[in-house]
Structures are given as C-alpha cells and as structure tokens.
Ligand binder design. Structure first.
Ligand code: NDP
Length: 346
C-alpha cells in the first residue's frame, strides 16, 4: 500500500514516515525543496535499507492545485496523511497569510485533488490539534474536553496574537475538511479521520535534526530549563496537555488498518503539563540538568495542575482501542534531553 504524506520533513511527520516504513508501507512524502528531502532519504535508507520512500516537491501547500500532479501521476496512492500546516512563530507576514490561509487552503487543496484525481484513496488522515477543541477563559480549565469539543474562536473577533492565529487556523482547517465531506455530491470515496494532539513532545526521529533550538513544541521544554535557577516560586508558566510524538505517529498510522478508528476524531493525551511538573521531572530524571535548573515549588504541583490545565475525558478513544498505555511525560522529557545533550554540549 502506498501512503502519501504531506509535510514529511516535519517533526511529527518524520515519526509518521518512520512508523509507516517500519510497517512495510510504501511512502511518498512532500518536501518544500530537495535540500530538505535529500538528507531524510539518506537517513531513512540507512535505517530501513528495504524501505520504499520517495519525495515530491510541493513548495507551498496553499498554492491552488499544489497536489494535483502527485495524485494524477501516482495511482498507487491509497491513503493520504496530511500533516503540513504552519507551526512556527515569528513569521513575517499577516496572521492570515502566516497561519489561516496555508492551513485552510492546504487542507482544501489536498481534499480536492484526492476527490478529483484519486478515487482509489480509501483513507485521509489529517493532523488537526487540541487547538481545534480547546475552550477559552474559565472554560479552559473547567470544561471537560472530549473529542466532541470545538474551539469557539472567531477569526474576526478573537484573533490578536500568533498563538490565536495558529489555534484558529487549526480550527478553521478542520471545520473546512469536515464541511467538505458533507458538501461534496457525490460523496467522497474516502473516510476522513483527524488526529487532535495537544503539545507534542519527544525526541526527533534523527539526531541530525537536533540543534540548540528545538522544534516549536519541544522548545517549550527547552525554555523551562532557562527559568532562573534560584526561582523557588510555584511554576505556573503554562498549563496544557501533553502527548509523546511516537504515540501521535502511531495514531496516524493505526487508522489505515483499524477500521474502528476510521472517520474518528482522535483526541489523545498522556496528561497535564505545566512548568512545575516539567521541572520536577527534569530535576529527578535528567542527569545533565540536575542542580542547574530552577526547582520551583514541587509541593504545589497538584494544585498548579488543577488550576491551570484543561480537564479531559478520553473514554471515546478508550472504547475503541481498549487500555492503550501512552508514553508518559517523564519518558518524553528524558528522551528529549538525552538526545539534546548527545548533540549539544552541557
Ligand atoms: P513542523 O513545523 O515540524 O512541521 C510542519 C511541516 O509542514 C513542515 O514540514 C513544514 O515545512 C510544512 N509546511 C508548513 N507550511 C507549509 C506550506 N505553506 N507549504 C508547504 N509545507 C508547509 O511542525 P510539527 O511537526 O510540530 O507539526 C505538524 C502538524 O502537527 C501541523 O499540522 C501542526 O499544526 C500539528 N500539531 C502539532 C503539535 C505540536 O505540538 N508539535 C500539536 C498539535 C498539532 P517547512 O519546515 O519546510 O516549513
């Protein structure tokens, strides 16, 4: 089976490609340039000598017809995993052009190309986000987030910061995809599944992709190591939910073979994350960091989590997959910094 993966050079997508090759799928990925795809072809070839991975260049997913040629020319593609979407801050463009337009147009471009040129495609998996289901204000910490929750954000009224722009882009893109499925006549042949992860942590698929600065979500951990070491205030810097990248990758690939996951909205988390519980883990389990970073106030951890992190209920997912054990935050963090200090000096 051939799987087409958009944005295959990204942090999450590299793990998705890894999972696909490990399970014997043939993979066609997109990269913005050959400079970005060549090193990955080499690394995956070393890891999976018999693996079948090739790349096509798609410079910008929001260009109309960006994916048409690939789907016209590769009739073997039976599954599509759409991960590409802007997820970095400090982009020198309007919020619309930086986030909303690429996210929404990229999603509609891939769906339209499949609909028009690839009737053989059976499954489309889109990387959405917890951002598409999170609530705001008090509701952020009181609402019990489930796979049926929707972010109420409105582009015109609510979007002030890059973070709002990103969250809205994910919400609008997922809504556009779901609307597409309802509105097409005749109905698309494929099933649409979304994966809605919160903050994704964990090692890069290859050490070569580690430098001083990490990808957007792991860099949050890196920033926590920079809190003033003499700080012994309770650390509330951020309150969110976490998931390991290796689990996120698995849940992009499982729906290809597990019918019960197809057409689902897969919200998954290993639990809450705040600067305080990250510091606790680093101080207990990350040898290169012990004694060099802030301690905060570990005795307040449960209180900080209760007051700052979203509540959630994964019973829908559990009813489908049973007792799956997610990689916990401690393992994600230890693996991130083991790899970080293998590459960067302490
Ligand atoms: P990355 O930035 O590492 O990956 C994003 C990928 O999309 C990159 O390959 C990037 O290419 C590509 N891309 C972005 N914009 C365009 C564009 N306009 N045209 C072509 N390619 C584009 O981030 P992640 O791996 O973290 O994110 C992957 C997906 O997961 C995104 O959809 C993101 O919203 C979602 N997600 C991530 C979470 C996280 O915590 N990491 C949490 C929830 C969802 P390039 O690098 O060359 O720009």
């Amino acid at each position: 089976q051939t799987v087409f993966v958009t944005g295959a050079t990204g942090f999450i997508a590299q793990h998705v490609v890894n999972e696909l090759l490990k399970n014997g799928y043939t993979v066609i990925g997109t990269a913005r340039s050959e400079t970005k795809s060549q090193p990955l072809i080499k690394l995956f070839k070393e890891k999976y000598p018999n693996g079948n991975l090739s790349f096509v260049i798609v410079e910008d997913i929001s260009t109309e017809s960006a994916f048409d040629d690939v789907l016209i020319n590769n009739k073997s593609i039976t599954n599509v995993i759409h991960t590409a979407s802007p997820f970095s801050y400090g982009i020198d463009k309007s919020l619309e052009d930086a986030y909303l337009n690429p996210a929404v147009n990229g999603t509609l471009n891939i769906l339209n190309a499949i609909y028009k040129y690839a009737p053989q495609v059976e499954n489309v998996i889109i990387t959405s986000s917890f951002a598409a289901l999170k609530q705001y204000g008090n509701e952020y910490t009181t609402h019990i987030h489930t796979n049926e929750s929707w972010n109420p954000i409105n582009w015109e009224n609510d979007v002030k910061t890059e973070n709002d722009g990103y969250s809205a882009s994910k919400t609008y893109a997922e809504k556009a995809a779901r609307k597409f499925m309802i509105q097409q006549d005749p109905k698309p042949n494929f099933k649409l599944t979304t994966v809605n992860p919160p903050y994704v942590f964990g090692p890069q698929c290859f050490d070569d992709y580690v430098s001083n600065k990490l990808n957007t979500s792991n860099e949050v951990l890196n920033n926590i190591t920079k809190i003033d070491p003499s700080n012994n205030e309770p650390q509330v810097v951020f309150g969110a939910l976490a998931i390991d990248v290796r689990d996120v990758a698995k849940f992009h690939v499982l729906p290809l073979s597990n019918e019960n996951l197809q057409s689902e909205r897969i919200f998954l988390t290993s639990g809450p994350v705040t600067a305080q519980n990250v510091l606790n883990i680093m101080n207990e389990s990350c040898d290169p960091l012990k004694g060099k970073i802030a301690i905060g106030d570990p005795s307040k951890t449960n209180e900080i989590i209760e007051q700052n992190c979203p509540k959630y209920d994964l019973s829908n997912l559990k009813s489908i997959i049973g007792d799956y054990e997610f990689i916990n935050l401690e393992e994600s963090i230890v693996d991130v910094f083991d790899q970080y200090y293998k590459v960067n000096s302490v």
